[in-house]
Design a protein around this ligand. Structure first.
Ligand code: NDP
Ligand code: 8X3
Length: 248
């Protein structure tokens, strides 16, 4: 079943791969991101599949509501726009980085959801797919606020489901582990060596893996709601507890 999907963060990585995958399956796309040049390139590449591009910063509440609340026929909202900034311990981080992560990964998801949800409820059909992260469940050093924003995404998704019981609007949170995209370039602020080290010697997830999974989630029969899904590279798993051994 082809429908219409709005993808935030369509200019790179998972979002771009989802745009390409859904277009190939005959879906109509509304594409959101800040880099308008890249949105224009995607429109040229994907042709008639792209109904609309919306250059937009999801942190801008007024702009999100102005641009998105008039879209009355979106079947799937993919809340994908997001980022990590830095990997420093909590007492050393740049507090501005924390603000940007909270404003993007939490507030951006809230605003886009709130802007589109009324029309989904009115039509009694729709699907909100939120991109969380394994970092929302599993802590790691330097994950401080990034992981916490993704824990929000997970619980927000569940609470939306609780509100939406009785409607045919579905909600899913998809939590990927390490995957190649521009994610680490952004996290390490252009330090390409540090970014490359994250994936060195491994066989990580790639954006196309996420696109296929999002497509599968969106195309279950209408009575099936995938609540949450975690997906990792075969080369990633848990380690032992960190233990501080300082006694003689
Ligand atoms: P990329 O950096 O490749 O893509 C991030 C996308 O988010 C870009 O299209 C960017 O577009 C958009 N974006 C960032 N800030 C804003 C903003 N304020 N307003 C609108 N769009 C914004 O990374 P990924 O594709 O990997 O990341 C996609 C999602 O997946 C994120 O939520 C990330 O946290 C999550 N994730 C990533 C994992 C990974 O290992 N790669 C694993 C688990 C989750 P633009 O700059 O043009 O605005
Ligand atoms: C991205 C995965 O492990 O870098 O959400 O936090 S991780």
């Amino acid at each position: 079943m082809a429908g219409k999907i709005l993808i935030t963060g369509a200019t790179s990585g998972f979002g771009r791969a989802c745009a390409e995958y859904f277009a190939a399956q005959g879906w109509q796309l509304v594409l959101v991101g800040r880099r308008s040049d890249r949105l224009g390139q995607l429109m040229a590449q994907l042709g008639k599949s792209v109904e609309k591009i919306i250059p937009l910063d999801v942190r801008n509440r007024d702009e999100v509501f102005t641009q998105l609340s008039s879209l009355t026929d979106i079947d799937v909202l993919l809340n994908n726009a997001g980022l990590a900034l830095g990997l420093d311990p909590a007492w050393e981080v740049d507090i501005d980085d924390w603000d940007v992560m909270v404003d993007t990964n939490i507030k951006g998801v809230m605003y886009c959801t709130r802007a589109l949800l009324p029309n989904m409820v009115k039509r009694n059909v729709g699907h909100i797919i939120n991109i969380g992260s394994t970092a929302g469940d599993w802590p790691y050093p330097g994950g401080n606020v990034y992981g916490s924003t993704k824990a929000f995404v997970q619980q927000f998704s569940r609470n939306l489901r609780a509100d939406l019981i009785g409607s045919r609007v579905r909600v899913t949170v998809l939590a990927p582990g390490m995957a190649t995209s521009e994610f680490s370039d952004v996290r390490f602020k252009g330090d390409v060596e540090s970014a490359a080290k994250v994936y060195e010697g491994t066989d990580p997830l790639v954006s196309a893996d996420i696109a296929e999974t999002v497509y599968w989630v969106a195309n279950r029969p209408g009575h099936v709601n995938i609540n949450s899904m975690e997906i990792m590279s075969i080369d990633q798993a848990w380690g032992p507890w960190a233990v501080n051994r300082t006694k003689g």
